[in-house]
Design a protein around this ligand. Structure first.
Ligand SMILES: CC(=O)N[C@H]1[C@@H](OP(=O)(O)OP(=O)(O)OC[C@H]2O[C@@H](n3ccc(=O)[nH]c3=O)[C@H](O)[C@@H]2O)O[C@H](CO)[C@@H](O)[C@@H]1O
Ligand SMILES: C=C(OP(=O)(O)O)C(=O)O
Length: 420
């Protein structure tokens, strides 16, 4: 399994181009199942999860073409299999997002239950509850969700999700576009990636009102057509690089970024001492001091994103002062804490709260993490640690960061992939 070797190399300086968002690209690719037309997606990040989604869609019979430089064409006219098998679903929880579109277009779907993962149990009860309200008959058998729509069609319904769920909102939104009648989704997630999906669906002919609000009303249509859509920039990848610069110091400009989707993260970096400037599609950071510790509390958008919690923990680990990090979205998202402590950090975690006392120095070590953002936080710690840091098990990182070693290497980091 590949590893990353990182040696501190001073301040980061230069420019980085941000990729399209993983969390938007995956549901957008699944939306290709809703139409027999061609969905052309641009700005798609070349990530392990995108390749898994490509395999999943191809396994269902869809034609998926890519030029391997950020463009995909998905054509759902040839879909002849409504099953998403365990061997693909288990490597990527977002596979559950084929359930809504497949059921809505073909009247049946069989999708392996994704199961829990390192950061929490992550049930999909809200997805199933919503589809049942839309008339689906659902059984769980042999680890699979087997869903059918009586007479082949879902029916519009009012669904109040009892937790705010990004994937649940996306699945039900896609399903509702082809349902008969009107669906009202209440308590929707308003993450930028949900908005991006909704905007693409509208281009495909869907009738959706309330995009970007907690209530979306969808008037079902008989069919959707193809369209061209550019994936929203990845606010989490961008935030990760900004945090890295906040730790090393330096001046970096991020291109193809979406600062309007990152308000709270940018505010917190300013609180930490960074000078941040932004235009429509760029962000610059200038950091010439040791960061100040900043307390954060994760919550649904537009509050502080859980997917940035580990990276801020790494920054706080070397910051001046002490702070509190509270995780309210996932029940087990502190796996980076013991690894950061092995590198000399002073963090104590209990329940969903971690108290961080900043230290002056970290020391390099061999570390690993069992989830994506935890792995990113260890890479960042390596950028400022004494000696060599080896981050193992980086297939987690490859799920969500496109060429992280090249992007950070391009602004002066000493970081090398060791292939095995
Ligand atoms: C591919 C993708 O977009 N992944 C993102 C998505 O994950 P994902 O869509 O899986 O996250 P959700 O928003 O659904 O999960 C939020 C919380 O709701 C709970 N829940 C969710 C669904 C459900 O049916 N029942 C239930 O109880 C989950 O266990 C979790 O505690 O949003 C998360 C929260 O912003 C991000 O961390 C992930 O990066
Ligand atoms: C938790 C994450 O992703 P996923 O939902 O794909 O596991 C993430 O991107 O940090």
């Amino acid at each position: 399994m590949d590893k990353l070797k990182i040696v501190a190399n001073g301040k980061l300086n230069g420019e980085i181009t941000v990729s399209g968002a993983k969390n938007a690209a995956l549901p957008l690719m699944c939306a290709g199942l809703l139409t027999s037309g061609t969905l052309r997606l641009k700005n798609v990040p070349m990530l392990a999860d995108v390749k898994t989604t490509q395999k999943l869609l191809q396994g269902m019979g869809a034609r998926v073409l890519t030029d391997n430089i950020a463009e995909f064409e998905i054509n759902g006219s040839t879909v002849n299999n409504t099953c998403a098998p365990y061997d693909l679903v288990r490597t990527m929880r977002a596979s559950i997002l084929v359930l809504g579109p497949t059921l809505a277009r073909f009247g049946q779907a069989e999708v392996s239950l994704p199961g829990g993962c390192a950061i929490g149990a992550r049930p999909v009860d809200q997805h199933l509850k919503g589809l049942e309200a839309m008339g689906a008959q659902i059984v769980i058998e042999h680890g699979y969700v087997k869903a059918t729509a009586p007479n082949g069609k879902l029916k519009g319904a009012r669904v109040v999700m009892d937790v705010v769920t990004v994937g649940g909102t996306e699945n039900l939104l896609m399903a509702a576009t082809l349902a008969q009648g009107t669906t009202v989704l209440e308590n929707c997630a308003v993450e930028p990636e949900v908005v991006d999906l909704a905007e693409c669906l509208v281009k495909m002919g869907a009738k959706i009102q309330g995009i970007g609000t907690q209530t979306m009303t969808i008037e079902g249509v008989d069919e959707l057509h193809g369209c061209e859509h550019s994936v929203v920039p990845d606010r989490i990848e961008a935030g990760t690089f900004l945090c890295a610069v906040a730790m090393t110091g330096g001046k970096v400009v991020l291109r193809n970024a979406a600062p309007k989707t990152m308000d709270v993260v940018l505010d917190k970096l300013v609180e930490a001492g960074a000078i941040i400037e932004a235009g429509d599609d760029w962000i610059s950071i200038d950091m010439q001091q040791r960061p100040k510790a900043v307390s954060i509390r994760t919550a649904e958008h537009p509050a502080f994103p859980t997917d940035m919690q580990a990276q801020f923990m790494a920054m706080n680990a070397i910051a001046e002062g002490a702070c509190k990090v509270t995780e309210t979205i996932f029940e087990n998202r502190f796996m980076h804490v013991p690894e950061l402590n092995r590198m000399g950090a002073n963090i104590s975690a209990e329940g969903n709260t971690a108290l961080v006392q900043g230290v002056e120095k970290l020391s390099g070590a061999t570390v690993m993490a069992t989830d994506l953002r935890a792995s990113a936080s260890l890479v960042m710690a390596g950028l400022v640690a004494d000696g060599e840091t080896i981050v193992e098990q980086i297939y987690h990182l490859d799920r969500g960061y496109e060429h992280i070693e090249k992007k950070l290497g391009g602004v002066g980091a000493k970081i090398e992939r060791i292939r095995s």
